[in-house]
Each structure stands twice: as C-alpha cells, then as structure tokens.
Design a protein around this ligand. Sequence first.
Ligand SMILES: [Zn+2]
Length: 535
Amino acid sequence: MKRTRAFIFILFILFTGFLESGQRPKLVIFISIDQMKAEYLDWYKAEFTGGFKRILAEGTQFTNADLNYAPSETGPGHAALGTGSYPMHSGITSNDWIDRKTLKQVYCVEDSTAERAEAEGGGVSSKNLMVPALGDWLKRVSPSSKVFSASIKDRAAILMAGQRPDCAFWYDRKLGHMVTSEFYVKEVPAWVKAFNGSNWIAHHLPATWTKAMPESVYAKYGPDDLVGEMKWGGSTAFPHAFQVEKRNEQIVCSPFGDAMILDFALESVKFEKLGQRDVPDLLLISLSCTDYIGHAFGGNSHEMVDQMIRLDRALGDFLANVEKLVGPGNVLLALSADHAGMPLPEYRRTVQHKDARRILTTTEINPRIEALDVALQHEFRTTEHVIQSQAFLNYPAGAAAGIDSTSLERRVKEGLMKIDGITDVYFRRELTHGTSQPHPFLGYYERGYYPPRGNDFIIRPCEYCLLTTSPTGTSHGTPYRYDTHVPILFWGIGVKAQQVTRVVHTVDIAPTIAKVLGINAPNTIDGKSLKEIVK
Ligand SMILES: [Zn+2]
C-alpha cells in the first residue's frame, strides 16, 4: 500500500526544470501570522515603518483572500497553508475532533508513539496529516533541501511543515524553551541547545509590556480599558507586568513571543546555512502572539495596535538579517494567516454601535441541547443519549422507536434551531453527498469535512454571535468573513509591487511557491498557483 502510494505520488510530481533558472529563490520563507485579519494591514498601515511597510511597498498584496472552508481554526489553517489542500483532504478538520468509538477528544497532532526528543517535547507529530505538504514535495525532488519550521504552537509548526520535514520546533511553556519530538530527530541540533541555553526570556523579556509609541498613536483606535477584554494584573489596560513565575506562560500573549520565534528562526538560517547552499531551502514560521492577543483583547484593542507595531518592526529586522546571510535577491517570502477572528463583541457594541453578542455555552447553549436530548429520550422510550457529545446522533435508538434517519435529523434540527444563538445545522449526509436544496455556507463546511473524523452534525452560530465559555475575550471558527478573510502577501525575488483584488484562497499559496521553485504540486490538491506571482 505504502509503495503504491509513493509511486502514485511520484507520478504526480512532474519535474519542470527544477532549479534550472537563475531566477529561483535560494530560501523560501513562509510565514503564518496566527489569527491575523486582512484588515489589520489597512487599519494599522499608518503605523508601519518596518517589515509590513516594506512588503506592502515592494511586494504583491492579495486583498481578497479567504479560507473558503470552515472551521476557521489553527490546525486546519496551518494544514491548508502547508499542503494546499482543504481539511476535507488534509484530514485536519479541527484542532480537536471526537473519536466516534471512544467518544474521546483527539488533538489534531497527538501521537502517543512520538517520544520526547532528549526528554523534551514528545507526544505529537504529523501522523494525522493525510497528505504531503510543500516541504515534502520539495524534499522528494531535492532531498538535500532543508525544511524547518518554528512556532510557539506545536500544531502550527507541525502541520505547516508537512509529513516529513527535517524538523519542526515549538515552544514548551513549562520549560520556557524550544522543543521537538523523536518523530523528527533523535538528537536536538547543537544550535537549538545553544539557543535554549542562552535563556532568551531572561535576557529579552522586559519586566512590563508597555506601549512602544506615544499614547496618541493608540487613542485614535478606541479605548484601552474596555469591559470584555481579559484582565491582566487586575486591569484590561496597559501596562501589563510580567510575573517572574508566570512569564514563560505570559510571553505568548505579548509581542515578545513572536520576537523570540523570529530570533530562533534566524538562528536556523545561520546554523543550518539555509539559502546559502546549492539547493533551495524552506523555512516555515508561525507567529502565534497575534492569536493570543486577539483572543484576550480583540483585534481593535490597544494591545493589538501595539502587537502590530512591534511585529512590523521585528519582521523588518528579521528580513534585513536574513538578507545579510542569504544575500539580497535570493529570498522569496509568502505571508498569510491560518484564520482571522471575530471582533470583541463589547467593542463592536459599545464603540461601533453594531450588533454583537457573547453567548455563554455553559448556561445558554449546553443545557438546552441536553434538554432536547432528554425530550427525545422520553419520546423514543430509551435510556440512551440520542444526541451524543454534541457531535453524534443515536440513529439505532430512533429506528427502534420507528423514526427513520431523515425524520430524526429533522427533529434534531428543529430542536437545535429553537436555541437562541444557533442559526443552522448541517448533517453528515449533506456534508458528504451535497444537497439539491440551496443551503448557505454548505460549501464551506463540506470543504472542511473529512468523514472518518467528522461529527454527524455541525451547528452554525448566528453572525457576530460568540459562543464561548468565557466572560471575556473573543474567538474564531465560523465560516463568516470576519473569521475567514486573511492577508496573502508575497515579497522577494521576481515578485512585483502590486495589489490584486480577485478572490484567492490560502490553499493557493503552497502550489504557487512550488511553481516558483520549479516543482509541480500533486494534481490532487485543491489550490491553484497564483498567476500574479508565477506564470
Ligand atoms: Zn490560529
């Protein structure tokens, strides 16, 4: 089976004059900024002086990029970026899915067989990723090319890098440094040990996160102190003090976590000689702090303004340092996001005077789904759950009561849609076989659905309704534009300064990079190479 698959795979990879042209980049850097909304590049443009300014001025900006699937989550998002395939093909349908047999939650990169590398960082690998990624396509035709990834989050580093990169590194919050698993390497490279030994946090993390610019820069975007934002040290407003005993954890929700990952990535360029050899290399970086800050404070907060200001500077320094090592004109950069995010409901209501709701699932949604389950149990005269784990339906219990599967689904849908906050319900049969009836967002959920890991039904919340367990912060996951509209930027060798307004998708990035490198992506992927970058 394995050999047949490998053979088919090789058939799909067609050489197209790999590395014949002098126009090929020596180093491709593919950056995902976790939860970055496309709008940030417009809203905060006036503050950019570094990397974003340079990329926007010299590169290609796709202003109408969308995920084109749901759920808009980190695992599926990084798999889509890396593989050029939707979750329906990558198999990474959400951060966690429920195993139908055991009803236990499965983390998207969990792998109990992946031992800790040198006693750190085990338990995760790319095992659940069903298709190869850009890094795998590259290494098939150029085995000496190196593929490395780095992120705060294990799932981001692992899924973007593909099935068999040279290594994926992520941040361990307990240890306060970078780790990997034996799935990748038995021995952690010396430069990684040196980086960890340098104790980056002790040397670079300030005692307090303060604003990088004068107050007037921030004030024009709204209030700093806002109900609905997370409290840090008793306040939702700056300054945010780091506590020594908690700073390894707190750093992820500050701009300094991204600075640390970019420093680590620069070390990989330096010590692995990425882009400084006779074959092209691929460096995948996922910067997670925009996500943690977005979740805690929202995309319009002073914290997000400061995050964008500091990330812009850090990216500018990183690009300049990479150019020093690799040589200007040898780098191709692609930048996008795994998903966007919903505005903080309280910001949208009190500052923008528009509708938005925070709906607590623990009190508003879950008890009502449980009540629906109990009502169906009574009706079907069964002691078994009819709705299991908010994911599966007990069709046999329905059948025993003379209710066929279509009628059961109709009853469940009617019941669920009476619950305030739930707008629509999608069932397995529609998600796998489609429907002749028009059904809004069905295509998004179909492309996000891989049947062996799929629920029997999926609910869609109402627009600008945050279904959450938390009294503060915001999130993402829906098919709505605020969750799916992300940036796509290209910069570097051969890339024109231009804005492109046509609709494109994050799955298009990997095949575009492949084409620039002169390798064809497997023809089974969902993305199409972007003609504005490569003809
Ligand atoms: Zn994410």
